[in-house]
Ligand binder design. Sequence first.
Ligand SMILES: Cc1ncc(COP(=O)(O)O)c(C=O)c1O
Length: 423
Amino acid sequence: MSHLNLRWDDAEVRAAFPSLALTDDGVPRIYMDAPGGTQVASRVLERMREAMVEHCANEGGAFRTSRLTDQALQAAHAAAAEFLGAGADEVVFGLNTTSLLFHFSRMLARDWRAGDEIVVTRMDHDSNVAPWLIAAEERGVSVRWLDVNPASYQYRYDMLPQLIGPRTRLVACNHASNLLGTINDVARIVAAGRAVGAVTMVDAVQSAPHLPLDVEAIGCDLLATSSYKYFGPHAGLLYVRRALADRLAPLKVRPCVASMPHKHAPGTPSFEAQLGTVGALEHLAWLGERFAGVSAGASLRRRIAGGLAAAAAHEHSLATHFLEGVRELPAIRLYGNADPSEVARRVPTFSLRIGNLEPARVAEVFAARNISVWDGSFYAYEIAGVLGLRDNGGVVRVGFAHYNTLAEVDTVLAVLRELSRAA
Ligand SMILES: Cc1ncc(COP(=O)(O)O)c(C=O)c1O
């Protein structure tokens, strides 16, 4: 896909993010914390300003600003639907992924009976595990676990036939891991769940900034993303398959209309976050026009797909360079696929430890150079347990977004080299 990036222009891309120009005491900021939350594109700020200045009113009124809010919300659901390959009536905005999953788990679990089973994984962020565990406990439902092969950092797909059966009510898995970076074959897991009539849920929070999403190709009933991981504001976005949305008895206040999205999105939503999410999608579409040659007249979905392809090609070159550099540093242990020729099989999220150095101490060394990296285990609670990383400070996580540059990756490698010598 390298042809896509013949015209990639770091300066032009970075100019689309106001925060990238900031310095502290003259030292530039290097943001390597994208898996925890990305920087925000200018278009997002413009859209949020529009929501809060040009039509700051609640929805459903007779007056002009309220009508404009109604139109904006419709446009936000339509844009989100294009992003996911869904219908506009299959999209629910919420505060974040975690709260959406707690909300939906409560509705879904009403049908569960003692003796039923659910399948969750040892790779997910706990927001796609704990809500289901709590609901299962309340309903007397057994929990079955899809394991991870600790050598390949892949799911144990071979377990699916024995895990999923006629009593399985839910199968929940993740598209990409926030600790390992592995991209998973979610269509395969979902197909196994669908075959027995289970509800299938895919956490796409970590894939959304890097891969085009297609809920029909995946085949899932639910799929979650969080806008703040893909250059937007703090908001969660949940795809709910129409048949499931219709069948679930909503947890709603009595006067609330019984149609989507209102019935499954209780209370007044953040209008500005919905519009901000549109801005984030417009940013991706702009990348598609500018760097993948997609025509401005093409659908938003096609432009976003082009933008993500161009971003991924750039990220692959950063990731290859990073892994080649890390390969030279034997003190570093990387938790995830470390093969520089296989970067297309992972997202650019790299978890590592350097000898016996405490991850928190390493993060402080980076922070002293104005470089943001995370340490810990990022609520990837199960996999951190499997890999012995839960109670010993976890890992240092370096993550790239398309606004990062090769020069920044080199700066990170230089710090890692220094720390490796000290380890
Ligand atoms: C894979 C994954 N799932 C879910 C979440 C939780 O998302 P939110 O903060 O929107 O609840 C995160 C946040 O880091 C994540 O990385």
